[in-house]
Design a protein around this ligand. Sequence first.
Ligand code: ME8
Length: 660
Amino acid sequence: MKPSPRKIILRKQKTFYITTPIYYVNDVPHIGHAYTTIAADVLARYKRLRGYETFFLTGTDEHGQKVQQAAVKQGLDPQAHADRMVTAFKELWKRLTISNSDFVRTTEDRHKWIVQYVLRELKDRNLLYQAAYEGWYCLPDERFWAGNEVVDGKCPECGRPVEHISESNYFFKMSAYRDRLIQHIRKHPGFIQPESRRNEVLGFLDRPLEDLCISRPRARLSWGIPFPFDPDYVTYVWVDALVNYISVPGYGSDDRRFKKWWPADIHLVGKDILTTHAVYWSTLLMALGLDLPKTLFAHGWWTVNGEKMSKSLGNVVDPNAMAAEYGTDAFRYFLLREVPFGQDGDFSKQAMTGRYNSELANDLGNLFSRTLTMIEKYSGGAVPKPHPKAVKADDRRMAARAGKLYKSVGGEMDRFAFHRALLEIWTLVDSANRYVEQNAPWDLAKDPKKRPRLDTVLYHLAETIRILAIYLFPFMPTTAQRMITEIGSTAQLDHALKPWDYQWGKLKPARAVQKGRPLFPRMEAPATIPKQETVASATLSKEIRMESTQTEPSLITIDDFRKLELRVGRVVTAEKVAGADKLLKLSVDIGTETRQIVAGIAKKYIPEELIGKSVILIANLKPAVIRGIESRGMILAAGDKEVEALATFIEPVQPGLRVK
Ligand code: ME8
């Protein structure tokens, strides 16, 4: 008998909705932006792997005075400026293997309509009023402060000067929600995390809560979402931005979708923007009659070599440069391993190189490469079958340790303790390395009678690798997938796994391993603390042996500089130079002619990816013959010993234009 359709019970898939802040497009992304987004990506990947249908939202905050001013400085209209800047974020997220489900820009119609809908809702609910506003305005933070909050004419949050402003504006009756918000925070201990931040917010709410000024007169600031019922005003950028968390999953446009995703499971934010989320956003949601997000997690801030990161100090860490130097996965690993999530941390290349060499190259990389090498050498390149009779207590201990990770890593991830989750994973890496030493497969291989034991040991190592890869995947997706594939498994880690995939013994023997290049080639420790990445010539590789007379940094005059003829070039063809692993032969269009150039960039770029790229060429350099090939010019790139990035242009430019 066929079951009646009503009797079929559909198990609803668990869902997980995670957000990052949406970042201002007034400048290019830095390590802080990368940090929040990587942490969100790690959680999203972890949840997907554990079977949750996951919605991971990030994007850009494109309105407001700060963005308008940045555009004016560039001589661009704000939309054109935003269109240009947004690519820097999107490209960085691609490079950092961020698996966001959507990317919202606040200048998109789908978002703007909903902001206007929210404003109408607030008005219809009688929660808005117009009043004169006098206050102190901090432009960089886009926040008003009351006179008694301002410290010596400076913003109490960022310490920068505030300006006095007096104007008529719309206010949201935020004060009415103070008690409800305090109650909510008290009743839901997990709502604001870490706990110290929760106490800070409660401390803030001890004082009377003022109403929130949510408009800006258009006469003063035109770059914002217009008030739907008063054309003289645009929306305060924070209200505009916060609404992204509901506009994208369908508030006001798609009830079913919205019900599926809202409330968000977690908003990840930096500690700098906790108040706006915990207070402005929560009260706005209450006013709209919506649930509050389940968790707001505020992480700490990065300093650089012990100093606050700032443009004026020239120490802003570019995540692109770090990913180029250390690899995306190592950079992701470092950010989450170095500092307990929630605390402040310090970034330095010394620390990064230290962890890279000891934890990634030594512990993990060596375990992986020696396992594959031994399988190739002693087992014909295929994972051997373990022999039940040759299994020892040592092996069972390792299997048990691997088995414990499901709970222990899961527990730490659910508490957002990424560094502890990694420490848990490393207990298995360390035991596996000890296991290799204790069981010395190289000795077992000398005695044919010990073949069953050798096979069993090698299988245990291979299976450990498979299990490690599963747990490492959220942190280092590319490396983990490589580990899985190279050990001979067909598993795809960007999908939900079944609970039994985590169990010991699921790696099928007899599959061929495929040993690739090292996971993490060792790196040299940086000799000094580099303040900024230097601009170096891409052709200044050792292989080219250019004569350089300059040993001490010295100053040059503008006339010296003018001797250089720098021009825009467009790469037309690119190919490897036979027998030279660092060199590429390029033909570069410089408007009036096509130049042949030999550049030491082959370790960094495959020839195809350079074609069509705009580069900066030193056009009046004496020709040189490198490996028998004439090179007429040099292209510029950043990097010390190794090339890290080619110098190029933000806008499209004509080949041949002078660069000065
Ligand atoms: O505040 N260390 O955007 P934003 C760690 N558009 N994280 C840092 C950091 C540092 N030194 N500096 C910045 C905005 N961050 C608003 C958000 S959301 C509705 C609107 C990270 O471009 C951290 O996540 O200034 C912080 O919250 C975010 O960048 C601020 O980015």
